[in-house]
Each structure stands twice: as C-alpha cells, then as structure tokens.
Design a protein around this ligand. Structure first.
Ligand code: NAD
Length: 302
C-alpha cells in the first residue's frame, strides 16, 4: 500500500484535467500579481512548420491554454517547404525577442527538415519543452532549468495525490528522450529506486510486478494488463492512441487494472492535460527568472 492512498475496490483516479485546472489557476494568479513589476505578460511562441493535422489541434490547444491564463502567444506557422535556414532564422528571432519566454518547435517536422539542429538552436533558457541537451543535463545533475513536460506532469500528479516516490520501487516502461528517460531521472531524484524497461527487456512482467509505481510509456495500445500489476501499485498511463472504432485508449487495459491498482491515471483526462500545463509552468518560471522575481512553483519543477 502507498502512503496516503487507500487501496479500495476501485483505484483512485489520477485526474489530470482537474489538476491542470488548479495549476492553471495558480499560474494565472501569479501572472496577475507580478504583471505590474514585469510590465509585460509571459510570452510563449509555438512554431509550426507544415500541415500535420494532429499538430494543428495540439498547437490550437496550447494557444487556448495561454489565452486562459494570460500568457501572450507568439505563434508562427511556416509552409512545409520552408528552407532550414529560414526556420533557423525564425528561431533566432524568437531567441532575441525580449517578450518571448518560451519557444516550442512543434514536432513532427516535414521530412525535409532535420529537427536536431533546430531544437538545439532554441535558447536553453526559453526551452519550453525542456528537451534541449543542456536542460536534460541539468535534470541529470539536479540543477534548475525547464523540465520535460510529460514526466514533470506525471510527477505533479503523483504529488498532488499524496503518492511520494521516496523509498518506493518505480518501474518506467519506455526509454525515449521525450518521456521514459527524464521520467526515470525525476523519480530517482524523488528518491525512488528506479528500473527502466524497454523493448529489449527480458521478462517484463517480472519487473513490473515489483513496482509500487508503474509508469507506462511504451506507445503500444492496451498492452499492460492485470498480469503486470502488483496489487496496490499506482499506475500512470502515458500512452495515447486513437482507436479504429473511435475514441482514445492508453497503453494500459484500464478496466482490468482498476480493481488491482491503488491509483490509475485515465486516458483521456490523465497525463495529456498535464503535459500542456507544464509547458505553461516552464514559460511562467522563465518569465519570473528573466525579471529576477520569485515564484511559488517549485513543487511543479521536479
Ligand atoms: P517512443 O516510441 O519514442 O518510445 C517507446 C518506448 O517504449 C521505447 O523506449 C521502447 O523501447 C519501449 N517499448 C516499446 N515496446 C515495448 C515493449 N513491448 N516492452 C517494453 N518496452 C517497450 O514513444 P514516446 O514518445 O516515449 O511515447 C510513448 C507513448 O506516450 C506514446 O503512446 C505517445 O503517444 C505517448 N505520449 C503521450 C503524451 C501525453 O501528453 N499524454 C506525451 C508524449 C507521449
């Protein structure tokens, strides 16, 4: 059994939607309070290249979230055939713009563009996604900096539900730079004993059955079921997939696990909303840092 979590017939729902709303409210209040000192609102630039249809929805959601809490949007949408030098120029312009605190290059890019050098060109202090090499290094060393949004959102969900990783056994399924690796580092920084499982892990079940906290980020629809979960474990489902028959599902067969786990994040309404919120947290923290102002958001920066 986990601290503060009562193992009942049904798992506690780790509700990312409600938490995202609470955090947005905190951010909005902070912005209102500090606006007179800074003279300008925080600014987030979401840069989109080409016409990936899913990206259009994601970018619109991010811009709506900015508008809700008082963050100014500096979005730019470039055509798919934009030469790399011009994308780079746009990033450099945003780096130099004193009204912009966060920059996000929406992925995937058109096949003609190499994302590596473009992501590296973003000023690390404005790296709203927390994926710049310097910021991943800062996470590794426990130094302050913008944090990768999805795993930071998971940490906030655990914390707000009274699930303290300290001394627990945590298993992360997935070792991507986007989710699995920073997730493992954050859980370790919170004093969990962490195992990373991946596509070449032998006997996955043997590992996952040991987990007090199981974070699933494998990108495989509904592949984790009752056989993988230790009774009383907290399970966080990062996966998100469109079902052929319509609707969304995660990497976890939620119906099987609900009566075994002590806590479970739903899909949709779990990790997804928190990912967007952490983008805002990174932007607002960067805004405070630029103006040498304190903030009360440390609990959201793992
Ligand atoms: P990825 O494909 O880059 O990485 C998947 C990882 O899972 C790999 O490291 C791989 O080794 C591991 N894996 C694959 N099959 C496995 C298996 N059978 N057993 C054990 N490990 C296995 O994916 P990603 O970018 O890390 O994303 C993972 C999932 O999370 C995807 O479904 C993605 O859509 C979702 N995601 C959701 C959000 C959100 O906001 N909710 C954000 C980012 C990613």
């Amino acid at each position: 059994m986990l601290d503060g979590v009562h193992v009942d017939a049904m798992a506690l729902r780790l509700d990312g939607k409600v938490l995202a709303r609470d955090v947005e409210h905190r951010l909005q209040t902070l912005i209102e309070r500090r606006l007179a000192e800074t003279g300008r609102p925080p600014g987030l630039a979401v840069l989109r290249v080409g016409d990936d249809p899913a990206s259009a929805v994601y970018v619109a959601n991010k811009e709506k979230a900015c508008a809700r809490i008082g963050v100014a949007s500096f979005g730019d949408h470039l055509p798919a055939d934009t030469p790399p030098a011009q994308v780079l120029q746009t990033i450099e312009r945003l780096n130099a713009n004193p009204e912009v605190d966060g920059i996000l290059l929406q992925l995937p890019l058109p096949a003609s563009l190499d994302e590596g050098p473009l992501l590296m060109a973003i000023d690390p202090e404005k790296d709203a996604d927390g994926l710049h090499t310097l910021n991943l290094g800062r996470l590794l060393k426990g130094e302050p900096g913008p944090r990768s949004c999805t795993p930071a959102g998971v940490m906030a969900m655990l914390r707000s539900n009274g699930i303290d990783p300290a001394g627990k056994r945590a298993v992360v399924i997935g070792r991507s730079i986007l989710v699995g690796q920073p997730m493992a580092l954050m859980l370790q920084a919170a004093n969990a004993t962490v195992t990373i499982a991946h596509s070449r892990t032998a006997d996955l079940v043997a590992h996952t059955r040991e987990a007090d906290i199981l974070v699933v980020a494998a990108g495989r629809p509904e592949f984790i079921g009752a056989e993988h979960v230790r009774p009383g474990a907290a399970v966080v489902d990062v996966g998100i997939h469109r079902k052929p028959e319509g609707g969304l599902c995660g990497d976890v067969r939620a119906a099987e696990i609900e009566s075994i786990a002590s806590a479970l994040s739903p899909v949709p309404g779990g990790v997804g909303p928190m990912t967007v919120t952490m983008l805002l947290v990174n932007t607002v923290v960067a805004w405070c840092r630029r103006h040498n102002l304190g903030h009360d958001l440390d609990d959201l920066v793992p």
